[in-house]
Design a protein around this ligand. Structure first.
Ligand SMILES: Cc1cc2nc3c(=O)[nH]c(=O)nc-3n(C[C@H](O)[C@H](O)[C@H](O)COP(=O)(O)OP(=O)(O)OC[C@H]3O[C@@H](n4cnc5c(N)ncnc54)[C@H](O)[C@@H]3O)c2cc1C
Length: 425
């Protein structure tokens, strides 16, 4: 290809797209980021992990994010079937690791990240720019067509990055997306205002997760007076009646969340998301990378989506820059990135499988049983984002389960991107 217009074109301006654009531009390259809609726009995915806070800090984004009055998340409250309550306290994460997370309104949070990309030298952001096609020439991704201001455009780049989330623009063009039926879940959710945390029977700021026979509920405070409530269940259950009715009926099954809602009023009416669980075994190829939700999405019970999106975005940008700098061959970059993506997402997926395990269906029980004789820090780290580690016994236990694989067999890349081992360790 002669003289492409950009070094990289990013399809989608969510956390993954912004994370990639910022990282690559800081290595001195020119990036065009095309986002379909104008921000702010609603997005679900509001509860973050301690490792998410850390990667935001590492990417220079935490100060801008924390300028908004988001809810401080010190831990997670788990209610199991039968009402048993357990708490994961991030304060037990162990030395040298950030012991807290936040919960956010994604419309605002995502805009903060897109604004950061917009002012970053080397990044050009276009909102309301809809990518309609990707050029694949002799198997290599080389450019995209998009519409903007009612006009059709075409641009070329050395790398095309699919960060389009569930839309999966490039993944679908290449016919790469697959789905298995094990976790065919869907969610319905609302926001409630006038939240008064003195009604919370647990710890202020905690995310609440409550499991019942037909699914699970989340309670995620977003700000001091707003809380997000969601009901997750198999598609067949959520489609069995009016969504409002199923939502109310499932909510009533978790009294601790009902208690927390006393005195609140609905400020965002019911919305839904379906088709959980898809992935692709091909995360990168000649001229392209697939990052974040575009590559894989599974049940959101452990709030790992934004961490995985940011971590894979940063890794893909590092691999792109290493290739453009001549430090790595493209094939090596593709292999490393693919192993990194699969290690993170599959470890997270295995954790989710533990929750849905028919042998012990009670939320958290499997993990608690595994950790009975262990330092609690390993348990806390597992649910804080320890998806790439090789030294967490709980993670290794999850990886030993034969039937919990997400991808075709691959070589693990045990290299935590958030807390790499110190050279002396
Ligand atoms: C019910 C539910 C609950 C969840 N809860 C959590 C949670 O508590 N914590 C958590 O961390 N994660 C959660 N997630 C997951 C989280 O929302 C995602 O993992 C995260 O948003 C992924 O970021 P992304 O940048 O990959 O994709 P997205 O944030 O979806 O961004 C993709 C962007 O691409 C744009 N786009 C799409 N098509 C085109 C096109 N043709 N041209 C240009 N742009 C395009 C879209 O407009 C969008 O802005 C949840 C998800 C669901 C469904």
């Amino acid at each position: 290809m002669e003289s492409p217009d950009y070094d990289a074109i990013v399809i989608g301006g969510g956390p993954a797209g912004c994370g990639y654009a910022l990282t690559l531009a800081r290595r001195g390259y020119q990036v065009l980021l095309l986002e379909k809609v104008a921000f702010p726009r609603f997005h679900i995915g509001e509860s973050f992990l301690p490792y998410t806070t850390e990667i935001l800090e590492q990417m220079g984004l935490l100060d801008a994010v924390m300028a908004k009055p988001y809810a401080f998340k010190p831990g997670v409250e788990l209610t199991g079937i039968g009402g048993a309550v357990r708490r994961i306290d991030f304060g037990e994460i162990g030395d040298g690791r950030r012991p807290w997370a936040i919960q956010v309104e994604r419309a605002e949070f995502d805009k903060t990240l897109l604004d950061a990309a917009t002012v970053e030298p080397g990044v050009t952001v276009l909102e309301e720019a809809v990518v309609t096609d990707v050029d694949i020439v002799d198997g290599r991704a080389e450019g995209v067509s998009y519409t903007h201001n009612d006009e059709n455009h075409h641009v070329s780049a050395r790398y095309i990055v699919d960060a389009s989330g569930r839309a999966g623009v490039l993944v679908k063009k290449l016919n790469l997306r697959v789905s298995d039926s094990r976790l065919k879940m869907a969610a319905v959710f609302k926001h409630f205002g006038n939240l008064d945390e003195s009604m919370n029977p647990g710890v202020e700021g905690d995310t609440q997760l409550g499991v019942h026979e037909d699914g699970w509920l989340w309670g995620i405070p977003l700000k001091s007076d707003v809380i997000s409530i969601g009901a997750v269940a198999r598609m067949s259950i959520l489609q069995s009646d009016r969504p409002e009715k199923v939502f109310d009926e499932h909510l009533a099954r978790i009294p601790r969340i009902v208690d927390r809602l006393r005195g609140t009023t609905v400020v965002r009416e019911l919305k839904g998301e379906r088709n959980f669980e898809y992935h692709t075994d091909t995360l990168a190829g000649p001229g392209y990378f697939v990052i974040g939700d575009a590559g894989s999405f599974t049940d959101p019970v452990f709030s790992g989506g934004v961490l995985l999106a940011l971590a894979t975005a940063r890794k893909a940008a590092e691999m792109t820059a290493d290739t453009l700098d001549g430090l790595k061959k493209e094939t090596e970059a593709i292999d490393l990135y693919s192993a990194f993506f699969k290690t993170g997402y599959e470890t997270y997926y295995r954790l989710i499988c533990a929750v849905y395990d028919d042998r012990q269906p009670v939320m958290g029980q499997v993990i608690l049983d595994m950790s009975a004789d262990l330092d609690p820090k390993y348990h806390v780290r597992l649910v804080s984002g320890d998806f790439w580690t090789g030294d967490n016994p709980l993670v290794n236990r999850l990886r030993a389960e034969k039937n919990w694989n997400l991808f075709a067999p691959f070589d693990l890349l045990e290299e935590c991107p958030i807390y790499p081992p110190s050279p002396a360790a």
